[in-house]
Design a protein around this ligand. Structure first.
Ligand code: FES
Ligand code: FES
Length: 376
């Protein structure tokens, strides 16, 4: 695989190096740069041990491609020596016995500092919700929460005088677990990176309905959106469509408002949807294209799907292959099961939600992996 030259600022120092397209930021920090304070736990985006600041925002370095950080400013746990908030947090963690083995601590401290500087004086419930993306297997969280609470107490005015963003709006974390589709309706998914920096997913989706019906249904963008949790179509004018996709992941919530163009070839039974969207609150942007081809398979239908996408901003951390392919596989299974149910008059496999809950999807992915591990 071809390595790319990247340049970034790490803890105030300009650094450069070579990184393969699949090298994640944590590997780059820990390996060539020797910054082993950033810990790797799950490498699946679940535990938060690898959390660092990228352009001032906490992100999971195990899910972020190093090449996608070209030109960015990174701050790891080693980069806070002169930071007054981090100094207070370290002392409070020590006073409240907020660590045992210390494995989670670098990620905890980076997230804790974000809570203090972004939210100021907040209650325990908010601290626990904001910490939901960081897992500690030792402490039971009581000391961690008490330490952060101690530092946040009365901090709003101080945080503002330090010129930190004092955002007081806490985003609700959804913990509902959606029902999994009753049966697998999607073949294994392939993931690759294109030369122009797009992530590319390809998959075959099996739908238990005749090909004519499926092709006709795919031409109705509103019906298709109804099969995809979190998707909503607002306007359709000719081949142009506007709408939104809402996702949540613990304290991260994003609603991508966007527009796209739809094209279909009836003779070849192929189609494309090209679109772009932006989450105004979180600052993430997405651009991409879905290409599909429909063909008969016995009495059912196969849809060959290729998705090309590029994410920027905080949600770009979800660009790494293993997690994204699991999410995308789950999404296409849900879509195919709902489409089948819609065309055959059956019950939908997963209830239509106002948002796509990534935390719930992570739970499903982990549960499936544990079942596979134990042959369940
Ligand atoms: S190592 Fe667990 S979230 Fe990155
Ligand atoms: S102190 Fe051991 S995992 Fe948190």
């Amino acid at each position: 695989m071809t390595a790319h030259s990247i340049e970034l600022t790490v803890n105030g120092r300009n650094v450069s190096g070579m990184a393969e397209p699949r090298t994640h930021l944590a590997e780059f920090l820990r390996g060539p740069l020797g910054l082993t304070g950033t810990h790797l736990g799950c490498e699946q985006g679940v535990c938060g041990a690898c959390t660092v600041l990228i352009d001032g925002k906490p992100q999971r370095s195990c899910l972020t491609f190093a090449v996608s950080c070209n030109g960015d400013e990174i701050r790891t746990v080693e980069g806070f020596d002169d930071d007054p908030v981090m100094t207070e947090l370290r002392e409070a963690f020590s006073a409240h016995h907020a660590l045992q083995c210390g494995y989670c601590t670098p990620g905890m401290l980076v997230t804790a500092r974000d809570i203090v500087t972004r939210l100021g004086d907040v209650d325990e419930q908010t601290i626990r919700r904001e910490l939901s993306g960081n897992i500690c297997r030792c402490t039971g969280y009581v000391g961690i929460v008490a330490a952060i609470r101690q530092v946040t107490a009365g901090k709003t005015a101080v945080a503002q005088s330090w010129n930190f963003e004092a955002r007081t709006e806490a985003v609700a974390a959804s913990v509902a677990v959606e029902a999994a589709p009753a049966a697998s309706t999607a073949a294994p998914m392939d993931f690759s990176m294109s030369g122009d920096g797009f992530s590319v997913l390809t998959q075959q989706v099996m739908v238990a309905a005749p090909v004519d019906q499926v092709w006709a249904a795919l031409g109705d963008i509103r019906r298709m959106a109804a099969c995809l949790p979190g998707a909503a179509v607002e306007t359709v004018e000719g081949d142009r469509v506007t709408g939104a996709l809402t996702v949540s992941f613990g304290p991260i919530k994003a609603s991508f408002a966007g527009e796209g163009e739809v094209a279909r070839d009836d003779a070849g039974r192929t189609g494309t949807v090209k679109g772009r969207g932006r989450d105004a609150r979180g600052g993430s942007s997405a651009t991409g294209e879905i290409a599909y081809a429909v063909r008969a398979q016995g009495e059912g239908t196969i849809i060959d799907v290729t998705v090309r996408y590029k994410l920027t901003g905080p949600l770009a951390q979800f660009g790494r292959s293993a997690l994204v392919t699991d999410f995308a596989r789950r999404m296409t299974e849900t879509f195919a099961a709902n489409l089948t149910a819609m065309l055959t008059g059956g019950e939908t496999a997963a209830p239509m939600k106002a948002e796509l809950n990534l935390a719930s999807l992570i739970w499903q992915v982990l549960r499936d992996r544990v079942r596979r591990l134990f042959g369940g």
